[in-house]
Design a protein around this ligand. Structure first.
Ligand code: HAM
Length: 419
């Protein structure tokens, strides 16, 4: 027997019984994004590899270890997108959107690819809902982006979630902080894990969120970004806190939040859910005021976030959220004998055109088997069409809920249906 082919490790099939939940989340995401003034953007699944090298950062784990890359028949090298921000910035630039009225507010629902070790809440192909806002440097933009995430999370029914914010400064104050951090960790270099010893040279901020027990214990006493902020960054952070306090949005200042991608400046934040295991960051984002110019555009500030849909699902499950499955058929039409098939098909078709979910036999089943099937799919009504019904144009509409029968004109059956 031929061997069965399996899906690639770290990918998923979203089965029909799971789709209503995905659609529920996606519909809510569209709805919340639009309510907050964001418009949808769609970009290619793969991009020139240099977009992510330059955008996300050459020394990040995402670029160094996790990208799916390939060379096409023309010899050009691409990467499957590991995230959405760099692609959106590229699309904004390439399509001249930088001269649109500001702020430019965009959102996306995309699949992303990272070669990571799969576990609950972490896969190699995963799905993100994200938003990006351009042109607004003010902390009120940070507030708007954070509240957009907060609204979606609460409208999905997710409880036990906390908002963690931090500021990682700007090109003016970050070098001073970086130097302090390198000093601190260099004194403990021998204790650091191997990866962090390299990070110390390339990307010392990343040592702060290393999961190894020794590194994270050392990180506790490491210098904190917020103690090194320049006056402008400090005011930015203070104003954001003021706005969040004013709106009654709870948060904690979490100096460990540094984020894994290189483009961030000033505000960074994560929403972390309880009870969903190690991959508990359901949303991550922040400001990236230098990214647009780094990719060859004007110095346009940006801020955004992305949420992992599978992690939202885990958090919804942990919060006891239950979503209705697909709607059941309203009516099942059972043709009895060959002559009735054509009528059953055309009545079913016209009901569907009237927006009524109708089914009829396409398996040449016996009447008994048809009724069993109608029951199984949960049809509210059944209508049996045999030779005599064809002759009179009338048939018995049976309500499966209370077993009542009504004689109806077959062509007007829609009138008798209460869905
Ligand atoms: P990120 O933190 O790399 O940020 O990913 C954002 C979210 O995507 C995570 O918080 C998580 O929920 C989900 N996620 C990431 N990797 C995986 C995975 N392997 N499996 C399942 N879910 C995952 C970004 O991607 C930035 N582009 C966010 C952003 C937008 N910052 C500014 N604008």
């Amino acid at each position: 027997m031929a061997q069965k082919i399996q899906k690639p490790r770290g990918t998923m099939d979203i089965l029909p019984e799971q789709s209503p939940l995905w659609q529920f989340i996606e519909n809510k995401a569209h709805n919340v994004a639009k309510r907050y003034g964001f418009s949808e953007i769609r970009t290619p699944t793969f991009e020139d590899i240099s977009l992510f090298k330059r955008g996300v950062g050459d020394v990040t784990d995402v670029v160094q270890k996790e990208m799916y890359t390939f060379t096409d028949r023309n010899g050009d090298t691409f990467a499957l997108r590991p995230e959405g921000t760099a692609s959106v910035v590229r699309a904004v630039l390439e399509n001249g959107k930088t001269s649109d009225t500001m702020p430019l507010k965009l959102y996306y629902l995309i699949n992303c690819f990272r070669y990571e070790k799969p576990q609950a809440g972490r896969s190699r192909e995963f799905f993100q809902f994200g938003i990006e806002m351009f042109g607004a440097a003010d902390p009120s933009a940070d507030f708007t982006v954070i509240t957009t995430a907060n609204s979606l999370i609460s409208e999905l029914g997710i409880k036990n979630v906390s908002l963690h914010i931090n500021s990682i400064g700007c090109p003016e104050c970050r070098p001073k902080y970086r130097a302090a951090l390198v000093d601190y960790f260099s004194a403990h270099k021998e204790e650091l894990c191997e990866t962090c010893r390299t990070r110390l040279e390339t990307n010392p901020l990343r040592v702060l969120d290393c999961k190894s027990p020794i590194c994270s214990a050392l990180a506790k006493d490491a210098p904190k970004t917020i103690d090194y902020l320049c006056d402008d960054c400090k005011t930015h952070m203070d104003d954001l806190k003021l706005y969040l306090d004013g709106a009654g949005i709870k948060y904690e200042i979490d100096t460990k939040i540094v984020r894994g991608l290189d483009y961030y400046t000033r505000t960074v934040f994560e929403f972390i859910a309880d009870g969903i295991g190690a991959q508990s960051t359901i949303c991550g984002g922040g400001r990236y005021d230098g990214l647009m110019s780094q990719l060859g555009g004007p110095a346009l500030p940006g801020i955004g976030f992305a949420m992992g849909i599978t992690r939202l699902i885990l958090a919804m499950e942990a919060s006891g959220v239950v979503i209705d499955g697909d709607e059941k058929p309203v009516i099942y039409i059972a043709p009895l004998g060959k002559n009735a098939v054509s009528k059953a098909l055309s009545v079913t078709e016209s009901l569907r055109k009237e927006n009524i979910k109708a089914e009829c036999d396409i398996m040449s089943r016996s009447l008994k088997a048809q009724m069993k099937y109608a029951d199984k799919i949960g049809a509210k009504y059944t209508l049996i069409i045999g030779d005599s019904e064809l002759e009179t144009g009338r048939a018995q509409l049976k309500c499966m809920v209370d077993s009542t029968q009504t004689e109806v004109e077959i062509d007007s059956v829609a009138k008798y249906i209460v869905s």
